[in-house]
Ligand binder design. Structure first.
Ligand code: PLP
Length: 508
C-alpha cells in the first residue's frame, strides 16, 4: 500500500483517497472524521448507560455472562461502529456495575468527576508516554507539579518527590522496596540491587496491623522476603494499630533474632475506614530506626478537607506514602502515586538504559520520569486527569465531597445503632461501616442469614453491599463513597436488608 501524501484535490475536500481509506482506523492527521464519528457514537453509549442503568447491577449470573462472551468469534470483525457498540452493550455496558448509583455501596469504587473524563479523551488519543521528556514534554512537568502539590498536602518539604503509579498496591510495593534496600545499604552496607538479597534477608520483619491491606503480604513475597516477614500487630477497639502492641511486637522479633526493617501504617483501613495513630507509630519507628510507610490509598481524601484533615496528623513523619487518586480523589482508574519524603531515596530505583535514559545524561536539563518508576516503562499520562480536576473544580470542592461522605457515614452509623435489627461493629473515621442483621433468636445462624441477604441483593441487582469476616464471623459492609448518597437512600437499603433477613427466617 502506498501511503504517501494526499493529492491536492483530496486535500481540498478532506476526503480520504482509497489508500487512506484503508488506513482510516489509524489515529492520524487525515482521520479526523473517522475519529469524531467513533468517539461520538461511543459517547452516546455512555450517556445511554447513565439513562438506562437504573440499578447498580443487572443481576446476570456468571454462567450466562460467560457464554455471551464465549459466543463471539474474534476472527470475524464487525462491519461498523453501530454493531460494535451494540455488541459491547450486550457483553458489557448493560451489565456493568454502576458505581455512581446510591444503591452501589459495596467496595472502594468512587463515582468519577467529569473533568477527569474530559482529560481521558486527550490522554488516550494523544497517548503520551511518561517515561522520558522526548515522549511527553509538558506531561513530565505536569506530573511533577502534581507530585509536588501532593507532597505539600502531606506536609513534606521541597525535598520530597514521587511518581504516578498504576495503583495503591504498586505504591505500597515501592514503599517496601525502598525500605528493604535502604535498610540493607544503610545498616548492612549491602547493595540488594546489585547483589541480591543479603544472607539474613529471611530475618527481615515488616510490621502492619491486623487490618492492613493484603498487598503488604503479596509485596513481601514479591520482594523475596516471604509472607513470613509480615508481623501482624494487634488493634484497638476501632481496628487501628495499637502502638503499645507494636512496641511489644518489635521487641519480640528482636528477641527472636529477627531484624525489623519497616512499619506500614494504614491511613483508612479497607474494612473499617479508620486511621492508625500515625504520630505515635512514627515515634516508635524513629526509636527503632524503622522505615515508616503510610498506606493512605483510601484515607488520602482527608488531605483535602479542612474539617477532618487532623485525622492524618503525623502523616508528614512517614518516609513514604501511598496515595490512590482513583479512590478518594474521584478519579477514573488508574490514578495513584507513591511519594517519598527524601527524594534521594528514589535513586535506589534508577536504572539506566542506553537507548532511553543513559547514565551520562543531565537529568536536570532533560528529565526522565522513568528514573523513578519501578516496573512501568511505558506509562499513561494519568496525571492529566488530576490536573483537569484541580484546575476546573479546585481542591476545596473535592474536600467538601469527602466531608459530605464522612457526615453521611456518621448519620448512618447512628441510624444502624438505634435499630435493634442490626449490630454495628464499629464507627468509621471515613465511610466504611461493618454490621450485621441480628433479628432472630438463633445466634448460630447470623452468618448464614447475612450471607443470604448479600447474595439475594446482588443477584436482584437492586443493591450491592460488600461483606467481610471479623473473627471468623460474616458481616455486611457498607462503603459510603458517593457524596450524592443520602441517609434516606441508605435507609431504603437497610429496609431491603431487613426484608431479606426476615424472608430468610420464614424460609428456614
Ligand atoms: C485499595 C487499597 C489498596 C490497593 O490499592 P489498588 O489501587 O487497588 O492497588 C491498598 N491499601 C488500601 C488501604 C486500600 O484500601
Amino acid at each position: 500500500m502506498n501511503n504517501t501524501l494526499m493529492n491536492d484535490e483530496a486535500q481540498k475536500k478532506s476526503v480520504l483517497t482509497p489508500d487512506q481509506d484503508y488506513y482510516k482506523d489509524i489515529f492520524h492527521q487525515h482521520a479526523n472524521d473517522e475519529y469524531a464519528k467513533a468517539i461520538q457514537l461511543a459517547q452516546n453509549r455512555v450517556t445511554d448507560f447513565l439513562k438506562n442503568n437504573q440499578k447498580p447491577f443487572s443481576g446476570i449470573r456468571p454462567d450466562e455472562m460467560k457464554s455471551k462472551v464465549e459466543n463471539v468469534d474474534l476472527d470475524i470483525p464487525l462491519p461498523d461502529y453501530e454493531s460494535l457498540l451494540n455488541e459491547a452493550d450486550e457483553l458489557y455496558v448493560k451489565h456493568a456495575t454502576a458505581y455512581h448509583l446510591p444503591e452501589y455501596i459495596a467496595h472502594l469504587n468512587c463515582p468519577v468527576v467529569i473533568p477527569a473524563l474530559a482529560a481521558e479523551v486527550l490522554i488516550s488519543a494523544i497517548n503520551s508516554s511518561q517515561d522520558t521528556y522526548d515522549q511527553s514534554a509538558g506531561g513530565t512537568f505536569i506530573e511533577r507539579k502534581l507530585i509536588d502539590w501532593t507532597s505539600k498536602q502531606i506536609g513534606y518539604s521541597e525535598n520530597a518527590d514521587g511518581i504516578f503509579t498504576a495503583g495503591g498496591s504498586q505504591s505500597n510495593l515501592m514503599g517496601l522496596l525502598l525500605a528493604r534496600d535502604y535498610f540493607s545499604l544503610e545498616y548492612q552496607k549491602w547493595n540488594i540491587k546489585l547483589d541480591g538479597l543479603p544472607p539474613d534477608a529471611s530475618k527481615f520483619r515488616i510490621f502492619v496491623s491486623d487490618k492492613a491491606h493484603f498487598s503488604n503480604h503479596k509485596n513481601a513475597w514479591i520482594l523475596g522476603l516471604g509472607e513470613q516477614a509480615i508481623i501482624h500487630v494487634g488493634v484497638d477497639a476501632r481496628y487501628r494499630m495499637d502502638p503499645k502492641q507494636l512496641e511489644k511486637a518489635i521487641a519480640k522479633e528482636i528477641e527472636k533474632g529477627n531484624i525489623p526493617i519497616a512499619i506500614t501504617a494504614t491511613a483508612g483501613t479497607t474494612d473499617f475506614g479508620n486511621v492508625d495513630p500515625l504520630t505515635e507509630i512514627a515515634t516508635v519507628a524513629s526509636r527503632h530506626n524503622l522505615w515508616l510507610h503510610v498506606d493512605a490509598a483510601y484515607g488520602c481524601g482527608l488531605l483535602l478537607t479542612e474539617k477532618y484533615r487532623y485525622l492524618l496528623n503525623g502523616i508528614e513523619l512517614a518516609d513514604s506514602v501511598t496515595i490512590d487518586y482513583h479512590k478518594s480523589f474521584f478519579q477514573p482508574i488508574s490514578s495513584s502515586a507513591f511519594i517519598v519524603k527524601n527524594k534521594l531515596h528514589l535513586n535506589i530505583i534508577k536504572h539506566h538504559a542506553d537507548y532511553l535514559n543513559p547514565k551520562e545524561q543531565n537529568y536536570d536539563a532533560l528529565p526522565a520520569q522513568i528514573n523513578k518508576s519501578i516496573i512501568q516503562s511505558t506509562r499513561r499520562f494519568d496525571a492529566l486527569k488530576l490536573w483537569f480536576t484541580l484546575r476546573y473544580m479546585g481542591k476545596e470542592k473535592l474536600g467538601q465531597y469527602t466531608d459530605t461522605i464522612i457526615e453521611t457515614a456518621q448519620q448512618t452509623a447512628a441510624y444502624i445503632e438505634q435499630d435493634e435489627n442490626f449490630e454495628l461493629l464499629c464507627h468509621s473515621d471515613i465511610g466504611v461501616l461493618v454490621f450485621r442483621f441480628v433479628n432472630g433468636l438463633d445466634q448460630s445462624n447470623y452468618c448464614n442469614i447475612n450471607q443470604y441477604i448479600k447474595e439475594k441483593l446482588f443477584f436482584s441487582g437492586e443493591v450491592l453491599v460488600a461483606s467481610t469476616k471479623v473473627n471468623g464471623k460474616f458481616y455486611l459492609k457498607f462503603t459510603i463513597f458517593n457524596p450524592l448518597t443520602t441517609l434516606n437512600d441508605i435507609k431504603n437499603i437497610l429496609k431491603l436488608i431487613k426484608q431479606n433477613g426476615n424472608d430468610y427466617q420464614q424460609l428456614n
